[in-house]
Design a protein around this ligand. Sequence first.
Ligand code: GLY
Length: 238
Amino acid sequence: MRGIDVIQIPTTLLAMVDSSIGGKTAVNHPKGKNLVGRFHQPSQVLIDPVFLETLPDREIRSGLAEVIKYGVIADAQLFELLESKDLDALSLEDMVEIIARCATTKAYYVEKDEEDRKGIRAALNYGHTLGHAVESLSKHVLNHGEGVAIGMIAAAMISKENDLMSETEYLRIHNLVEKYKLPSKIPALDHSELIEVMHRDKKAEEGKLRFVLPTGIGREPVLRYVEDETVKRVLEEI
Ligand code: GLY
């Protein structure tokens, strides 16, 4: 059905705030997540937060990792909203606000760089360089948001060490991840294998790992090549 029109009706928080918007479609390959795919914009995205009532907490938390991502890369108020609550305190009204804020940020990046070629949309991959590798190497025992949570902390640590963000901002990200009971530490996975998997990811280029490095809370991140040695050291530290 090449190129069939599609309307996305997301039923997970993760899909509502991220993957249903922007036209990325893909399937996983044994060598990595989402390695076979193309861009195909949906003709509509219909989000009904009532679906969230059917989701297990672990799935909500997985979506909240992406919400934290939006807070860091673009929306300090959203980050503060999450800091002021916890999972049990988030009402359906809060969820409506959260989803709307995330969808707005997502649309902003997609409009500026629809096919992810200009290094602008890449900001949405904050936490994903390591996150995808953790997800793949754990054979999806850790889900997407859990991998992204660890990846956000690793990237924030690289930022802190390079004076791109303060220790306080790093700690706020770390604490928010823990507050929503997302993993903040690398599980028992081989660090060299993690680096190998990151090199096979489509975000790696010319033999170098590319990371989205935050520059503060609610501020546009930067895209930087990071040496394997630095990544190895950060993997040991977190
Ligand atoms: N989830 C990242 C993107 O859509 O670009």
